[in-house]
Design a binder for this molecule. Structure first.
Ligand code: ZN
Length: 116
């Protein structure tokens, strides 16, 4: 079994799940924003206002992370289609399969990962 046959379903599943999670997050943000408007709280001085602001910024961060992950996964699927999947973009070495299992969206071998 080739690398692409093995990793395509994995990437597709991950992409589906991340998109689902992202949809849930935007719903959260919308309803929290509505709540904030309705309650008309003063963010600076109202304790409830700062909680809402905090929750909004938390959700916004998660949403940004989800967007980034979706972009990575889509790019990985594209590389798979083009037969470039699983090679390090820096040195061209085949990325260890264990690393791909853990981070199927990765574009770098362990030596060039730099924490990604
Ligand atoms: Zn490398």
């Amino acid at each position: 079994m080739g690398v692409s046959e093995h990793f395509r379903p994995l990437l597709v599943r991950e992409l589906t799940e991340t998109r689902k999670a992202r949809a849930g997050l935007s719903t959260d943000i919308t309803s929290t924003s509505d709540l904030r408007r309705e309650s008309n709280v003063d963010d600076e001085h109202d304790p409830e206002g700062s909680t809402i602001a905090f929750e909004l910024s938390q959700s916004a961060t998660l949403l940004r992370d989800a967007d980034a992950r979706i972009a990575e996964l889509e790019a990985a699927l594209l590389r798979l289609e083009e037969g470039r999947y699983g090679s390090c973009e820096v040195c061209g070495t085949a990325i260890a399969e264990g690393r791909l299992e853990a981070r199927p969206w990765t574009r770098f071998c362990i030596n060039h990962a730099g924490g990604r």
